[in-house]
Design a protein around this ligand. Structure first.
Ligand code: SAH
Length: 219
């Protein structure tokens, strides 16, 4: 990524980003901390230059290797649910993809750990996040089905890919007070919130979503 790319689209991107924030408000996103984070991250730098003019549309876009960057609304919504209006300390994201959601999370939590199973995506995200100097994001090339035991527990876990069941290992890395947001299901996927309290796990079904599947093993 060269500076021309930053400057070239930079002029218009702040305006387009402001429009995206207005749209997110209309779509029901209320958390000002999340809206400010979405406003701070240059989403166009996370997609290929050829489609960067589409970066602020409310769409998911291809990022290669059969994967996608999630649409702005769903990124904002998941982080809003994860935060629940309170500061987050340590967050695990499963499915770094291009690194966009990790970058947004870096503005709302103290430390972000993000894992990706596809090596070239991991490497590209690492470079983009480094270029943006987001020092509180640590990315790993690993299978998210394992969680990240060396950094656990996490007060927030966010899954960017859909599983058919909640991986037990991830629940083991969620302490009392911890919150996990994840899409569950195969054909029909529903966004779930799982909260661990003193009594156990409380599960809430939220809304219908469409994510790429959570796959096992590194690729
Ligand atoms: N958060 C991303 C969305 C990426 S799409 C963004 O902002 O762009 C979901 C990602 O999850 C894909 O890159 C896919 O490779 C990854 N993924 C799927 N199964 C995984 C697993 N078991 N461990 C780690 N990453 C996984």
């Amino acid at each position: 990524m060269n500076s021309l790319r930053h400057n070239g689209i930079g002029m218009t991107s702040q305006r387009t980003r402001s429009r995206m924030i207005e749209r997110l408000r209309e779509q029901g996103i209320r958390d000002e901390v999340v809206l400010a984070a979405m406003n701070a991250v240059p989403r166009h730098l996370f997609v290929e230059e050829a489609i960067s003019h589409l970066a602020y549309d409310d769409k998911s876009l291809p990022i290669g290797y059969g994967q996608t960057i999630s649409q702005p609304y769903i990124v904002a919504r998941m982080i809003e649910i994860l935060r629940d209006g309170k500061p987050l300390n340590r967050v695990l994201e499963v499915g770094t993809g291009c690194g966009y959601q990790a970058a947004v999370l870096s503005h709302v939590a103290r430390e972000i750990y993000s894992v990706e199973r596809i090596l070239p995506l991991h490497e590209r995200a690492l470079n983009t996040l480094k270029e943006l100097q987001l020092m509180n994001v640590k990315t790993s090339y690993t299978d998210g089905f394992m969680g990240l035991p060396e950094a656990a527990p996490f007060d927030g876990i966010i899954m960017a890919a859909a599983a058919t069941h909640v991986p037990q290992v991830l629940l083991d890395q969620l302490p009392v007070g911890g919150r996990m947001v994840m899409p569950l299901g195969a054909q029909e996927q529903i966004l779930h919130l799982i909260v661990r309290d003193e009594k156990g796990l409380q599960e809430t079904r939220l809304e219908t979503v469409k994510f790429v599947p959570l796959l096992m093993g590194r690729a």
